[in-house]
Design a protein around this ligand. Structure first.
Ligand SMILES: Nc1ncnc2c1ncn2[C@@H]1O[C@H](COP(=O)(O)OP(=O)(O)OP(=O)(O)O)[C@@H](O)[C@H]1O
Ligand SMILES: [Mg+2]
Length: 495
């Protein structure tokens, strides 16, 4: 039996067509994937199905009955609840206050956290919690509503593999109880592993429905990107995007015995010009602290950060930026001014730098911004305010900013989060290009298989320590997983 039937759903914002005409059917007891490139209309569909926005036209039926989802409460009554693409908890309140404010059952949330074996102190400020944990809280909150259809809009995009696994367990449980899940993700391997069927959107229309089996990925990419996509499809799984080995110069950045309270217990490594250094870790092993300290967002309690031979005292992000160290943070909402234009958001650091010479040279600025927009293929249909862009396109803006302004060391925390398979490769290629032009990149990604594609070397963190360093050639997913679990080489071999 079909649980959800969507017919010709349409949504426009002025001249921008967010969803041209969307059709979707989700059966009871099914995990259904909703796929499509950045800006295809997936989140727009989710928002209409949860009463956050109203469609221009089209119909929605749940359990064979037409429903009008005029508000989130109406959607909830109809049995639909979502985890949205960006965290939905207010940062200045505690988790508990957030739950009360939205009338969520605290005990139900606690029960779900327990099921997923997550220890969260609900009295903590939301703003103090790392992004992956916030996503899990969003999930527990949606589950607490016991929906017939659970909609997950890129929940795994910010999750390391250990947490993603726990989401999958819950999804399967949901299906086994005869309920359904609508699952959105750009990670095609996990889509194939966990979903039963998929609907693919392209340019605001559904272009195909398919059963997911071995080898479906290629067909999906074809549908997603259209006829011009053959090249990308061919390269999606190959682990050989790496260009020739670059010359490694003298160390640009030296990190010596870096410490931060419970989180970093003495980390040392060097980063040279021309190098892309990967960081691999499961959830909460100190990677956030490491990036925060290097970017001047938190001050290390011990150790030294040396840049071009000079010891840095980083008290605020500006101290790092001034020294050529810039950050693409995990949470793009922190990096963006949502009500400003794409142009202004990318131009932010330029204003500072160019104005050192007096006037901002507008033509030069515009050129640099245009070049960055083109390089990252940012969909600028809704460029007047960044909050109107799709999630993946917002993510691209956080990278474009530094591409336009230049840097010595780029700290990338999950830069391809939420970015579609077509653009992902371009971003990796761009990181390599920037390195070969003399910069250095430190890259954390929650997608272990991707590390080998782009990095020259990988360091693995475990419980706040650096436990392994591997050349890219040895850094396949299995090796990284073993090291990330704190296993020694001998233990790994014995397994
Ligand atoms: N409030 C808005 N005002 C104007 N345009 C909007 C608004 N919300 C979404 N859009 C536009 O609608 C299109 C579809 O966006 P949507 O967020 O649904 O894409 P998506 O498929 O979820 O992409 P992604 O994979 O990047 O998350 C985009 O071009 C986006 O800029
Ligand atoms: Mg989206």
């Amino acid at each position: 039996m079909d649980l959800l039937t969507v017919r010709d759903l349409r949504k426009t914002y002025g001249a921008v067509v967010a969803l041209q005409s969307g059709n979707l059917t989700v059966a009871a007891g099914e995990i259904h994937a909703l796929l499509g490139a950045n800006g295809a209309g997936k989140s727009t569909m989710v928002k209409m199905l949860t009463g956050v926005i109203r469609p221009d036209s089209g119909t929605i039926s749940v359990g064979g009955r037409a429903v009008q989802l005029r508000s989130p409460a109406a959607a909830q009554r109809a049995g639909l609840a979502a985890v949205f693409q960006d965290p939905a908890l207010a940062p200045d309140l505690t988790v508990l206050e957030n739950l009360r404010l939205t009338g969520t059952s605290v005990s139900a949330v606690q029960r779900w956290l327990q099921v997923m074996t997550l220890a969260v102190d609900l009295r903590q400020l939301v703003g103090d919690l790392p992004l992956p944990l916030l996503r899990m809280l969003d999930l527990a909150r949606a589950l607490a509503r016991e929906p017939q259809l659970l909609l997950l809009d890129e929940i795994t995009a910010a999750l390391p593999s250990d947490l993603a696994e726990r989401v999958f367990v819950v999804m399967r449980q949901w299906r086994d109880q005869g309920r359904s899940v609508l699952f959105i993700s750009h990670r095609l391997a996990e889509v194939r592993a966990i979903c039963d069927r998929a609907t693919v959107l392209r340019d605001g229309r559904d272009v195909g429905v398919l059963d997911l089996t071995e080898g479906s990925e290629e067909r999906i990419v074809e549908l997603m990107l259209g006829p011009a996509a053959q090249d990308v499809a061919a390269g999606t799984h190959a682990a050989s995007a790496k260009t020739e080995l670059r010359e490694r110069g003298a160390p640009l950045l030296e990190v010596r015995d870096l410490q931060l309270a419970q989180e970093l217990k003495g980390i040392s490594f060097t980063l040279s010009r021309g190098e892309v250094l990967g960081v691999a870790a499961l959830e909460g092993q100190g990677q956030e602290a490491l990036f925060d300290c290097l970017a001047g967002r938190r001050t290390a309690s011990g150790g030294e950060i040396v840049m071009k031979g000079k010891s840095l005292r980083l008290r605020q992000p500006y101290d790092a930026i001034r020294n050529g160290v810039v950050l693409v943070p995990a949470d793009r909402l922190l990096a963006l001014l949502p009500q400003r234009s794409v142009h202004e958001n990318i131009g932010l650091p330029l204003y500072n730098r160019l104005s050192r010479w007096g006037m901002i040279r507008q033509s030069q600025e515009r050129e640099q911004i245009q070049a960055a927009v083109a390089k990252l293929q940012i969909d600028t249909r809704a460029q007047r305010q960044v909050r109107w862009l799709s999630g993946g396109n917002q993510q691209k803006v956080t990278i474009a900013r530094w591409v336009a302004s230049g840097f010595d060391v780029l700290l990338c925390f999950d830069p391809t989060r939420g970015i579609d398979v077509g653009t992902k490769r371009q971003i990796y290629r761009l990181l390599q290009e920037l390195a070969s032009q003399g910069a250095a990149v430190l890259l954390f990604t929650s997608e272990l298989p991707e590390i080998q594609l782009v990095c020259d070397r990988v360091i693995v963190l475990y419980e706040g320590k650096l436990v392994r360093e591997l050349p890219a050639a040895e850094a396949d997913e299995a090796a990284l997983l073993h090291a990330a679990h704190g296993l020694t080489r001998a233990e790994a071999v014995a397994l």
